[in-house]
Design a protein around this ligand. Sequence first.
Ligand SMILES: [Zn+2]
Length: 344
Amino acid sequence: MDLSYWVMAILVGTHKKFHEHDSGTDHPERPERLEAVLEGVDLSGVGEAVIHFEPTPAKMEDLYRVHDKNYIDALRRFCLMGGGRLDPDTSVSVASWDAAILAAGAGLDAIRRLGDNEADSAFLAVRPPGHHAVIDRAMGFCLINNVAVAAASLASQGERVLIFDYDAHHGNGTQDIFYSSKDVMYASVHQYPLYPGSGRASEVGVGEGLGTTINIPVPEGTTGATYFGAIEQILMPAIEKFSPTWVVASSGFDSHIGDPLCDLGLTSSDFGSLITWLFSLVPGGRRLAFLEGGYDLDALRLSTAETIAAMGGETLHLERASEGGALVGVLNAIREQRARSLEL
Ligand SMILES: [Zn+2]
């Protein structure tokens, strides 16, 4: 056996039922996104290291760790009775329930498989996405908070989980679910102002969770240089103190420069570098990445390819790393605002 490939093996979890979740006519969160992502997996050049698996549905008790039981029961009934509109941006069909519980189950299956030493890391190519789903409500294309279900399961087993969310939108649902948790750190870099409006630097957590929420709100046009500045100056000192035993990426590719809904400046190369950094924080077998947003099919294809390549220890250089616009002033302001909020 080629030991190098065994060490960096990558689980890729996806399911044909994810294509059946119908979000409505001309909706940007469409099944073709997943096809682009899976083409990206093929383009990664590390196909020999990829182990595909089909997830099983999450159990209700796994969902109730992060969502209100009444909400989950109502969501199930609403989907199975034919579906419709849940909020101005979020519609569901009959098939959406199965897709949602499979998307939430994908992370749990990956955790079990990584525990059995099947691979070094896992990428969950799921839809619907999850990071806007709050405790008792669907929101922003999201039904069940997939990342939160996985992180809460790990925390219940005594793990300390770092969630890094580099989707262009703030993951308000994930933040809310873990806002007072000392065992789950939520760190997000996101365009601001932008939907859903949360994610100011002054949002730092409460009670036992004070300090375990880190928000880096950045203006449109922000490039990878600023992301890595934020990692060095703001994230790393907090992460070193937190000392995670697992890392989970909310991997939204709508921060790519080509995305039609957002205005950030990352390239596919930057996503490879971000996942390489994140996954270096913990040993192999303790690393998950979930697909969140991303609405340009080419950007999804290239960004997934670089992400999977990076998970296999390779770099493709399909695009140049983004440069310029290093926002020293912005980072200083964020750091000061965060420090003031932690002292209050
Ligand atoms: Zn997004």
